[in-house]
Design a binder for this molecule. Structure first.
Ligand code: TYD
Ligand code: MG
Length: 457
């Protein structure tokens, strides 16, 4: 007999647990499990199975001529780039990001550009009144764009309105967590409401050919369902990232059924909205003139797009025997500890009486292991107060043995550095010579590089 059973749903990742726990065992977030409406559990019985009585499904081959999906440009090149070329009609796209990062601004700008080309665009805000959106549009210089605007939270009202007449080319829902479906119970923002509302909107997209873009706030406390509960339902997942205190923003594809996920779009939040940044390296490099000790430029990779960033290290000698501090911004502190240990054990440099501060300029975050060599060079330079030549970049992975390992896309990194006027690259000696105008200085081990930086023979 089927009987209702209590279940608990994580408001961040949507996993279902049979009992309440303080921490979600799937995504490890705290206090995110909430009791959900009882699910009907049908006990398994071997006497019933699904192997008969249905219709036969046609099975076909992989090779057939199918047209590539057409795409609608958003009118914003960096946005198109992250989408893989533009928005696909009839697709569902989710844009996730922290509150205040600029999702509404980006979508309003895109909506206005698309509407300006004569396409029908509906922008539904569940968070702001129409006048607030109008004010923002005016401030962005988009007041005249023929976007159809509404403030609504009932999915039934929205779809009733849009089904009346020709469906729009683009429908923006800002945000999915404010939407409410009257088919099921529960307050807006809960996992079941977010899923049900999104499901209806996605069905509308598939049936009418309207491209639907859903905004999803990422929340740390799990008080409302995060965008992760929707990731499997939509065609494309974009995340909008950045530090609110810094102006740059990165739009990154986490999933894309119509394109790759290795492209990013780079923006800067300015006085009048988001500006496209065609040359991201310029954003993260501080003014480079004279060489300063402790600063090394690293050609990072974002997908397949190189971005030059400056790594800054500072060491302060301690007089007393106090435990020295290690502080890192924008890099992994465990990895810093490892590089310090390798420098100490393999290269004879001691940081044990020095405080170490490491910072990635511009609020940028690096997770690429290729940064090891640049970080090591910055640390050695800071400790010895000998600058690394300003026209040099460095990259390579450092092994615990002190050996240097080659990294992916060396050629791309070198090309970007050459484009920005750098002349020399400190790299693992295994890196093959690339044509591109940069002189390569190869090292087999970290020790060799330290010797070279310190002028030891
Ligand atoms: P918003 O698009 O409302 O963020 P989200 O929808 O992701 O919550 O952007 C909010 C922030 O952006 C706000 O703190 C102010 C800032 N901002 C600017 O700096 N310049 C601008 O032109 C606009 C419109 C916003
Ligand atoms: Mg918003």
């Amino acid at each position: 007999m089927a009987k209702p059973k209590k279940r608990y749903v994580c408001q961040v990742c949507g996993s279902v647990q049979s009992r309440w726990q303080g921490q979600c065992p799937d995504c490890n977030e705290w206090n995110t499990l909430v009791e959900d409406a009882g699910a009907v559990v049908t006990p398994f019985s071997a006497r019933h199975n699904l192997r008969g009585g249905g219709q036969t499904v046609q099975l076909v081959g992989l090779d057939a001529d199918i047209p590539l999906p057409e795409r609608t440009s958003t009118g914003i090149r960096e946005f198109d780039r992250a989408l893989g070329g533009g928005i696909v009609p009839g697709s569902a796209t989710l844009i996730g990001g922290d509150p205040g990062i600029g999702k509404s601004t980006l979508l309003l700008q895109a909506a206005a550009r698309i509407a300006g080309r004569g396409l029908d665009v509906a922008y539904i805000s569940g968070e702001e009144a129409t006048d607030q959106v109008r004010l923002r549009a005016r401030r962005l210089g988009l007041g005249g764009a023929p976007v159809k605007l509404a403030s609504a939270t009932s999915v039934r009202d929205i779809l009733t309105t849009l089904t009346d007449g020709k469906p729009p080319s683009l429908l923006v829902i800002d945000s999915i967590q404010t939407m409410h479906s009257d088919l099921i119970e529960g307050a807006p923002g809960t996992v079941s409401q977010v899923r049900a509302s999104a499901g209806e909107l996605i069905r509308f997209a598939k049936e009418t050919g309207t491209a639907v873009v859903l905004v999803g706030h990422v929340t740390k406390d799990g008080s409302i369902a995060g965008p992760r509960v929707l990731e499997h339902m939509v065609d494309t997942v974009l995340s909008f990232e950045g530090e609110r205190s810094h102006q740059y923003r990165i739009l990154r594809a986490a999933k894309n059924r119509f394109g790759g996920t290795d492209e990013i779009g780079v923006f800067a939040m300015g006085e009048d909205g988001l500006d496209e940044v065609g040359n991201p390296s310029a954003l993260f490099l501080t003014h480079r003139g004279d060489s300063v000790s402790g600063a090394v430029v690293f050609p990072a990779l974002e997908g397949t797009r190189p971005v030059l960033v400056e790594i800054q290290a500072l060491t302060v000698r301690l007089a007393s025997g106090a435990t020295p501090r290690r502080a890192v911004v924008g890099w992994d502190s465990g990895r810093l500890a490892m590089i310090l240990a390798v420098l100490e054990a393999r290269c004879g440099l001691s940081f044990s009486t020095a405080e170490v501060y490491l910072n990635i300029a511009g609020g940028y975050k690096i997770s690429d292991p290729a940064a090891d060599l640049a970080v090591a060079a910055a640390l050695v330079s800071a400790l010895s107060e000998r600058p690394v030549a300003a026209e040099a970049v460095a990259f390579g992975e450092v092994a615990l043995s002190g050996e240097l390992r080659p990294v992916s896309h060396g050629g791309l990194r070198l090309k970007e550095a050459a484009k920005l006027g750098f002349e020399r690259a400190l790299v693992p000696s295994t890196l093959k010579e690339e044509k591109g105008g940069l002189a390569l200085t190869g090292f087999r081990t970290l020790g060799e590089m330290v010797d070279s930086l310190l002028g030891r023979g």
